[in-house]
Design a protein around this ligand. Structure first.
Ligand code: PLP
Length: 413
C-alpha cells in the first residue's frame, strides 16, 4: 500500500502517464477543480476553435459554411467520435438537443416498440429529469403508462411482463455508484424489456461497451466528462438492429430522409439520423468536438485506473485527516461498483462546500447532505487530492464553515 505523504504523491504525479493532459486545459490558478462531473473544464484549444467558427465560418463564410465548412456533417462527425468512447458502432449515435430532450425521444421510440406493455421501470433516486421526462411522456401518451421507481436492490425483482423499458443511469449522480450494465441489460432482455442507459456520468469517465452489452438505447451529456462547455449538446444511441423500426416522437426536418427536398410529408431518414430534430447548434458542436477529441486521445484503461486511484486516495486521506468530523462515505469501496466521483455525506454539507469553494476547492452539493467531488483524471493530480483534503480538514477543525456567509443559499448548488 502506498504511503500517502505529500512527497510520495508528488512522485506519483511525476510518474503519471496522463500528467501531460492537465496542460491541455485552461485551469485557473489557485483552484482545485473537483466538479468536472458537473461542468467539465475548458480545453485550451476551445476558445480559438470557437472564435474561428464565429469569425471565419459564420462571419465571412455566412450561409456558404453549411457546405464549405462542413457544418452540415458536424453533428455526425462529433457523434462518430463519441461512439468510440462508448463502444457504439459507427452510425448508431446522434448528437444534438439536451439530454432531457433525447431521453424523451428515445423513451417515446422505445415505448412504441413494446405496445402491449405499460410500465417504465427506473431506480428510486435516479436523476430527476429522467423521471420527470418519463412522467411527462406517460401523461402525453394517455395510454395508461406509469413510472415505477424501484429501490436499487429491487430492480431485478421489479422486471416483469408489463415492463416496457428499464430506464437506468449507469453511474449514480449522488453516490457515484455504478451499475453492472451487461448484467442488468441481459436480465431486462430476458424479461422482454428494452433498456435505456443514461451515460451522463459515464461517457469519457468509465469504460462503456454498449455493443458488447447489447444495449438498446443510451443518452449522455456533453458538458460533464466530455468537456463540451455549459449546455453542450447531448448524444443518443440506438442499437442498429432497432433502427428500421424506430419512430421518434419528434419528427423534425433534420430527421427527414431528404431535408432539403422540402417534402410535404415526413419520412424517416435511414439509420440514427432519423433521431435528429432541428438545425444543429454549430457553435456548441464546435466546442464539444474539441472536448471529445481530447477525451479520445486519452487511453480509457489509464483514465479508469487513475480515477480509481484518485478515489481510493481521497477515501484514505479522508479517514486519516478528517476521521473525527462525522463524514459518511457514500461511494462504494469496491472499484467495480464505482464511477468517477467521490461522495460523502454530512448534515452541514451546504455550508461546508461553500467554505471549501471560498478556499479554492470546488465541488458541489446535492441536497440535503451530499458533498460531491468529481474525479477527472485528465486535469487532476494526486497532490490535488492531498491539498483538497487539507483544506477540508481546516474548514472542519477550525469550524470555518459556520461563518454566516456560507449559510446563504445560491440558486445553483
Ligand atoms: C446531468 C444529467 C442530466 C442532464 O440533463 P440536461 O437535459 O442536460 O439538463 C441528465 N441525466 C443525468 C443522470 C445527469 O447526471
Amino acid at each position: 500500500m502506498p504511503s500517502n505523504t505529500r512527497p510520495a504523491l508528488e512522485q506519483q504525479d511525476r510518474d503519471d502517464p496522463l500528467a501531460a493532459f492537465r496542460d491541455r486545459f485552461a485551469l485557473p490558478d489557485g483552484v482545485i477543480y473537483l466538479d468536472g462531473n458537473s461542468l467539465g473544464a475548458l480545453p485550451r484549444a476551445t476558445p480559438a476553435r470557437v472564435a474561428e467558427v464565429v469569425a471565419a465560418e459564420w462571419g465571412t463564410g455566412l450561409i456558404r459554411s453549411w457546405n464549405a465548412a462542413g457544418w452540415i456533417d458536424l453533428p455526425a462527425q462529433v457523434a462518430g467520435r463519441i461512439a468510440t468512447l462508448i463502444g457504439a458502432p459507427t452510425g448508431s449515435v446522434a448528437v444534438g438537443d439536451s439530454t432531457s430532450v433525447n431521453l424523451f425521444k428515445l423513451l417515446g421510440a422505445a415505448l412504441a416498440l413494446r405496445p402491449d406493455r405499460r410500465t417504465i421501470l427506473t431506480e428510486a433516486g435516479n436523476f430527476p429529469t429522467d423521471s420527470y421526462i418519463a412522467q411527462g411522456l406517460a401523461a402525453l401518451l394517455a395510454q395508461g403508462h406509469s413510472l415505477h421507481e424501484a429501490e436499487t436492490d429491487a430492480i431485478l425483482a421489479a422486471l416483469g411482463p408489463d415492463v416496457a423499458v428499464l430506464l437506468l443511469t449507469h453511474v449514480n449522480y449522488r453516490t457515484g455508484a455504478m451499475h453492472d450494465m451487461a448484467a442488468l441489460t441481459a436480465a431486462a432482455h430476458a424479461a422482454g424489456t428494452l433498456v435505456l442507459w443514461d451515460l451522463a456520468h459515464s461517457a469519457g469517465a468509465v469504460p462503456v461497451d454498449l455493443a458488447g452489452c447489447e444495449a438498446d438505447f443510451a443518452v449522455g451529456c456533453g458538458y460533464k466528462f466530455l468537456n463540451g462547455g455549459p449546455g453542450a449538446p447531448s448524444f443518443l444511441f440506438a442499437a442498429p438492429r432497432l433502427h428500421a423500426a424506430l419512430r421518434f416522437p419528434i419528427t423534425g426536418w433534420f430527421g427527414h430522409a431528404a431535408p432539403f427536398a422540402f417534402d410535404a410529408v415526413w419520412r424517416p431518414a435511414d439509420g440514427i439520423a432519423r433521431a435528429m430534430a432541428g438545425t444543429p447548434p454549430i457553435l456548441s458542436l464546435a466546442a464539444l468536438e474539441v472536448g471529445v477529441a481530447l477525451a479520445q486521445e486519452a487511453p480509457m484503461n489509464l483514465v479508469r485506473e487513475k480515477a480509481l486511484r484518485l478515489g481510493s486516495l481521497f477515501s484514505e486521506l479522508l479517514a486519516e485527516h478528517c476521521g473525527a468530523f462525522g463524514f459518511r462515505v457514500l461511494t462504494p469501496a469496491d472499484p467495480a461498483l464505482r464511477g468517477s466521483q467521490f461522495s460523502i455525506a454530512h448534515s452541514a454539507a451546504y455550508p461546508i462546500m461553500q467554505a471549501l469553494i471560498a478556499h479554492g476547492v470546488i465541488g458541489d452539493v446535492r441536497m440535503p447532505d451530499i458533498l460531491r467531488f468529481g474525479l477527472t483524471p485528465l486535469t487532476l493530480r494526486y497532490t490535488d487530492i492531498w491539498d483538497a483534503v487539507q483544506v477540508l480538514r481546516t474548514v472542519m477543525a477550525d469550524e470555518v464553515w459556520r461563518a454566516p456567509e456560507y449559510q446563504v443559499r445560491q440558486k445553483v448548488t
